[in-house]
Design a protein around this ligand. Structure first.
Ligand code: C2E
Ligand code: MG
Ligand code: MG
Length: 722
């Protein structure tokens, strides 16, 4: 038996699809693999022209083989051709054609191989890589990838999620899903919330849920998923090159099923493309960080400063606001670097950066400018705020820290320039601030300096005053002086006003009119008032213990004290701790308190009054145009401002006013006290108008406690004032 008789069977069973056509391109043989590849039975193609199975050949293929026509053109070539099957699906085949001469007959043997999967790989990769080269948006790339997959396999809806820094899964692309669905399923914690995607991310393995509806493990948005028509889901982890899971690719199906070979192939290519795109986005972010942020401190660098500062200046021009630039240089940084080594220098810079970051507002710009220099741009900031912040920064920076084993107190010098006064662009402003910084350095460590000499002087004075006051409060250097108030009818002591005194070893005597406003602005007022209240009460209690009869003590409080809702509570505690009654103390408030818009003020005033502590309006007649507030405030006393008393003797209209004030007080049942009485004529005029209580140098200036005791002993009968 000759083997040749089996040739047709051999061709029939060959691994490849095999077609034989005659010289007219009519099909004479069609094996079973050809049937499978083309999706047609041999009976339907037998005798038909080969053009039924293949698209028309291209021109360039014709020119390569002159003298040939039809299928003969392909002899000797490998070509990839799309095959349209009768069921509308398309596959790709690689085809080669051999020319066979048998006696006088010419035949063509066509062998074909299904290369669809391979082709899909290439097409997908090509499209996605092309878009990756064009766009910087990871989302755009991943959306396109989802769409390409659905185009190749329309039975799939695709989502791609990424694991973010917080360890949660965030959807980056899901073109077939509505946004509400995405937000419902966004932020899954793979460790604790179970879903197909979460499990795939958690275990790093593909997870198939063939029947979502009956899957007890699917807890995230199950109802919503089913409502969208999805019945099955296959999730495949996306892994980085080192193998850790960075995201999840999920295929959703509208029928309960498992993925077929094409789907697994698609997932394989798609996950590798996801890895690539995600890594590309990450390196882009890293490059951005390297280009715009400082590696050591993670603060914005010079380039970023320029971008942000120019935006801030443009905004300041639009809003017509000011802006301050602070140039900060770490003092003795070189010494730290040289003596303790560069790692210690780096550690110091990190500490400084962190402290600065914490001290500024979010809207401000902080940058590591170079080496040990930092630049801060303060938006909506005038010289007063810049002074405050510079002082605060120096204080914050100087807190002790530990670098390795060495304890250090970092210090810095700060130069300040202002927009628009010192320049219109960031370079000029930085330069001006830099110059001011040098000026600050020359004055010693831990100073700041404004670019303009004039401003610098004022700011510095204020800063010195403020830090000295802080020191005076900390070291208990303040004193209270006491001025008696006398009843000119009965010649009895009516009360005593406590007035704060500050004698600084360097600055000398500083008047309350200078440091009280400063204490208010710098937030020191609360401490100052608490000290004054406590000291006045302590002194009153002590005097009483020593047998002095002092009806009550008046204490001055500032408008800002009334912002503090704890003041009444504090007052009550002080009185209790010194064994005093609420009636033993009287709080003097200025008319400024009444103009304060802070909502706590009225509440605090009412609560103090409810304690039984009396209230007096100090400097009455100078500050407020409307008297209506007197009706609504629970005050007990008015203190006629001393400017009226001063002008009493010379001015008739002043006399008319003091008379009127007396009547107002009288008619409202308020006691009216006249202060600043220096001469007996003033006393007599006031007495004639009905004033009973007077205070002033005529009787006694404010005195330290020991001297007031002498005064009380000498003036017990008060006869000389009659
Ligand atoms: P004030 O409460 O109206 O105090 C009266 C001021 O007049 C005191 O000034 C006092 O020394 C001064 N004085 C008293 N008798 C005469 C006089 O016959 N002639 C003249 N020309 N002046 C006289 P001082 O002590 O400099 O205080 C000024 C202001 O500072 C006070 O005005 C008060 O508003 C504020 N102040 C003083 N001590 C405190 C305090 O402990 N806390 C608060 N928040 N403010 C205080
Ligand atoms: Mg007063
Ligand atoms: Mg006064």
């Amino acid at each position: 038996m000759s083997i040749s008789q089996f040739y047709p069977q051999i061709l029939e069973q060959a691994e490849n699809a095999i077609i034989v056509v005659n010289k007219d391109d009519d099909i004479v043989f069609f094996n079973s693999n050809a049937e499978r590849l083309w999706g047609r039975s041999r009976e339907t193609v037998q005798g038909a022209n080969i053009s039924l199975l293949m698209p028309p050949l291209k021109n360039d293929q014709q020119t390569q083989s002159p003298g040939q026509s039809g299928i003969g053109l392909l002899v000797g070539h490998h070509v990839e051709l799309p095959i349209e099957r009768p069921n509308q699906t398309r596959v790709w085949a690689e085809i080669s054609v051999s020319r066979i001469e048998i006696t006088t007959q010419t035949l063509y043997l066509i062998t074909a191989r299904n290369i669809t999967l391979n082709k899909v790989h290439k097409a997908l990769r090509y499209h996605v890589l092309q878009i990756m080269a064009k766009t910087e948006s990871l989302q755009e790339v991943l959306n396109l990838l989802c769409q390409e997959i659905s185009r190749i396999a329309p039975e799939i809806s695709v989502t791609i999620a990424q694991i973010s820094n917080d360890g949660r899964l965030h959807t980056l692309a899901a073109p077939d899903f509505p946004t509400e669905y995405i937000s419902q399923t966004d932020g899954i914690d793979p460790g604790s919330q179970s879903s197909c995607l979460g499990l795939a991310a958690f275990h790093g393995e593909p997870v198939l849920v063939r029947d979502i509806e009956n899957d007890p493990g699917w807890t995230v948005a199950k109802h919503e998923t089913l409502e969208l028509g999805y019945k099955a889901c296959w999730a495949v982890p996306v892994k980085a090159r080192d193998g850790h899971v960075v995201g999840v690719l999920a295929f959703y199906y509208r029928v309960c099923r498992r993925p077929n070979k094409l789907h697994t192939q698609l997932a394989e290519v798609a996950t590798s493309l996801c890895t690539l795109a995600m890594e590309q986005a990450q390196s882009r972010a890293r490059i951005h960080h390297l280009a715009f942020f400082d590696n050591l401190t993670s603060l914005p660098n010079r380039s970023m400063l320029h971008i942000q500062a120019n935006q801030a200046i443009a905004q300041a021009i639009r809003d017509n606001t000011q802006l301050a630039v602070l140039f900060l240089d770490v003092d003795r940084f070189k010494q730290v670097n040289d003596s303790l080594g560069h790692p210690a220098g780096d550690a110091l810079l990190r500490i400084v950066a962190e402290r600065l970051r914490e001290a500024i507002r979010e809207v401000d710009i902080l940058c590591r400018y170079s080496g040990d220099e930092f630049v801060i741009v303060l938006t909506q900031c005038d010289s007063v705020h810049a002074t405050d912040l510079a002082g605060r920064l120096l204080a914050v920076l100087s807190a002790p820290c530990q670098i390795g084993e060495i304890p250090l107190s970092p210090a810095a010098s700060i130069g300040i320039s202002l927009f628009p006064e010192n320049g219109n662009d960031i370079d000029t402003l930085i330069h001006a601030a830099d110059m001011a910084m040098y000026q600050a350095k020359q004055k010693g460590r831990g100073c700041f300096s404004f670019f303009s000499g004039q401003l610098n002087l004022l700011a510095k004075e204020r800063f010195t005053l403020e830090s000295s006051l802080r020191g005076a409060l900390e070291t208990n250097q303040l004193r209270l002086y006491y001025q008696p108030q006398i009843n000119i009818e009965t010649h009895q002591l009516h009360g005593i006003e406590a007035l704060v005194r500050w004698n600084d070893p360097q600055l000398g005597y500083v008047a309350p009119s200078r440091f009280i406003p400063l204490a208010e602005k710098s937030g020191l007022m609360t401490y100052l008032s608490q000290w004054v209240l406590n000291e006045a009460c302590r002194q009153l209690a002590q005097w009483r213990q020593h047998g002095f009869t002092i009806p009550s003590i008046s204490v001055n409080l500032s408008p800002t004290d009334f912002h503090n809702l704890k003041l009444p509570q504090y007052l009550e505690a002080i009185l209790r701790s010194h064994g005093l009654l609420p009636n033993d103390i009287l709080i003097e408030i200025t008319e400024g308190v009444l103009m304060d818009s802070n909502p706590n003020v009225i509440r605090t005033i009412n609560e103090i009054r409810a304690l039984g502590v009396r209230l007096s309006i100090d400097d009455f007649g100078t500050g407020y145009s409307s008297l209506a507030y007197l009706r609504n405030l629970p005050v007990n006393e008015l203190k006629l401002d001393q400017s009226f008393v001063h002008d009493l003797g010379r001015d008739r209209s002043t006399r008319a006013l003091t008379n009127a004030i007396m009547h107002i007080g009288d008619s409202m049942g308020l006691l009216v006290v006249a202060e600043g009485v220096e001469h007996s004529t003033q006393r007599n005029l006031l007495k004639a108008q009905g004033y009973q209580i007077v205070q002033g140098n005529l009787f006694s200036p404010p005195l330290p406690p020991e001297e007031l005791e002498n005064w009380l002993n000498e003036n017990l009968s008060f006869t000389q004032w009659q």
